[in-house]
Design a protein around this ligand. Structure first.
Ligand code: GLN
Length: 479
């Protein structure tokens, strides 16, 4: 069997036609992992026995005519900040290294209910803080397309895993671009759903008002398949939206069949095309605009005037929330403890030894912007500007159906190339406003940068709960 770039929907078809069993399929992916993960480093850990047992159970269901869905028996790899019962959940942090999850995240339950096989722990930036996977406490992940380059982050393990054919799809999380940016760097598809579309229950919180779980995969139809399985209201997460889940798979299929963007208006936010983009990215964006037009889409100019504040606002709000969320990791309740002289000393020693530099930097920043005397000047102000950023998007969506933008200013960079944290933060410019606004976006491969041979992605953004429209357009574009 050929698993290269294999889409879930094609594999599902092959399982149905008895071309191979789920066990054979899982063994094939494990073989690919054995062949290549030593040079890529996508996985922190894999429970093979568990995976193969789940595959055998799926094969038995299929033999008995009891499949849970068409996708029963398909493996999906999981980022190390999403809880899977009985498996480690370390967020690539020494502080949580010994932690095993006693329960499944709701997104994992959704996948298991359809017979998917969630497996493996994928590397990431510690606590999802970073854009290159270089902040993992355990190992570095290389970009499968050029191993001297980063896979992006923080879901770098997830993107590398799909790009290297270690799994047909993976789950990641996106707080400021952590699904879309690594997807772009590795040439795969990645979706950040509308805030509240997918439950955050079982996702280790980084910035609760921004975090969303989403898929990384090979095409827009697969993104629809996974979103259908993980979306919906959840009593365990009061921020989930009660709205019915559209049939995302059907919407993507329709786009893929029609290959047409007729009747759709694509807004180009002028602030995203102003400057700062590398020549290779600019060229692919020009080609993407031409392609949208050739498929019958209309292009209109729009403006998101508060874009220039997005990076600053994000790094205030995200760090503030992170400083509060990470306070629970105190070395007492769970995680790695360094015993010391009394309670406060235990906190200091455990957190001092457990957290890496970037996480400490964020906690310090977040504590600072929330402290009395600075709260009004930084945190409160950032919240107000966040509202303006959201209104920018809402205004833009009165003039167009979707937005077309770049995902990143440049292609995957080399290891250690962005050692200045500020340089790293600034590279999030095209992804983070969408987390602040809460709308949804997809990163799709759109071309190759001729200077480096690395992939360049385009981003399609949609209004709140516009996933169906977005996937429909993405599928048409990708065909
Ligand atoms: N790169 C951004 C950060 O470091 C986004 C991370 C994310 O989306 N988890 O915060």
């Amino acid at each position: 069997m050929d698993i290269r770039k294999a889409a879930l929907h094609n594999l599902a078809e092959a399982l149905k036609n008895k071309e191979f069993s789920s066990e054979e399929l899982c063994r094939e992916y494990l073989k690919q992992i054995d062949t290549r993960d030593h040079e890529i480093g996508a996985f922190l850990e894999i429970d093979r026995e568990n995976m193969l047992n789940a595959a055998k159970a799926s094969d038995a269901r299929r033999a008995a005519g009891n499949i849970l869905s068409d996708y029963d028996g398909l493996p999906i790899a999981v980022k190390d900040n999403i809880a899977v019962k009985g498996e480690r959940c370390s967020c690539a942090s020494k502080l949580l290294e010994p932690v095993k999850s006693p329960y499944d995240a709701t997104a994992i339950t959704g996948l298991k209910n359809q017979g998917f096989i969630p497996f493996g722990r994928l590397n990431m930036d510690e606590f999802a803080m970073g854009s290159s996977c270089e902040n993992s406490a355990f190992k570095r992940t290389a970009n499968p397309l050029d191993t001297t380059r980063v896979p992006g982050g923080s879901s770098g393990g997830s993107a590398a895993c799909v790009a290297a054919d270690f799994a047909p799809a993976a789950l990641g999380s996106d707080t400021g671009g952590s699904i879309r940016q690594p997807a772009a760097f590795c040439g795969v598809v990645g979706v950040k759903p509308t805030y509240g579309r997918v439950s955050r229950y079982g996702l280790v919180a980084f910035a609760s008002s921004l975090d969303q779980i989403g898929p990384l995969c090979n095409d827009a139809i697969d993104a629809g398949i996974i979103l259908d399985a993980i979306s919906g209201v959840d009593a365990h997460d009061s921020t989930t939206l009660p709205n019915a889940v559209d049939n995302y798979t059907a919407a993507a299929w329709e786009g893929s069949k029609s290959g047409s963007l007729a009747g759709l208006k694509f807004g180009l936010p002028k602030e995203y095309f102003a400057s700062g983009m590398d020549a290779g990215v600019a060229k692919v964006m020009d080609e993407s605009i031409a392609k949208v037009k050739s498929l019958g889409g209309e292009i209109v100019d729009v403006s998101l005037p508060h874009t220039k504040y997005a990076v600053a606002v994000y790094y205030i709000i995200a760090t503030a929330e992170a400083s509060a969320n990470l306070a629970r990791f105190d070395g007492i309740r769970y995680g790695a403890r360094k015993d010391a002289n009394g309670l406060v000393d235990t906190y200091y020693k455990s957190r001092g030894a457990g957290f890496g530099d970037e996480v400490k930097r964020r906690i310090l920043l977040g504590t600072y912007v929330l402290s009395s005397g600075y709260y009004d000047a930084y945190y409160l102000r950032a919240q107000r500007v966040r509202t303006l950023i959201r209104k920018d998007f809402e205004n833009a969506f009165t003039k167009c159906d979707l937005l077309l933008t770049p995902v990143t200013p440049g292609v995957a960079f080399k290891f250690n190339e962005k050692s200045d944290p500020l340089q790293m933060y600034l590279s999030d410019i095209y992804t983070i406003a969408l987390n602040l606004s809460g709308h949804c976006g997809i990163s799709i491969p759109a071309g190759i940068d001729s200077a480096t041979g690395m992939p360049v992605a385009a981003q399609i953004m949609a209004p709140a709960l516009g996933e169906a429209k977005m996937l429909n357009a993405a599928a048409a574009f990708m065909r």
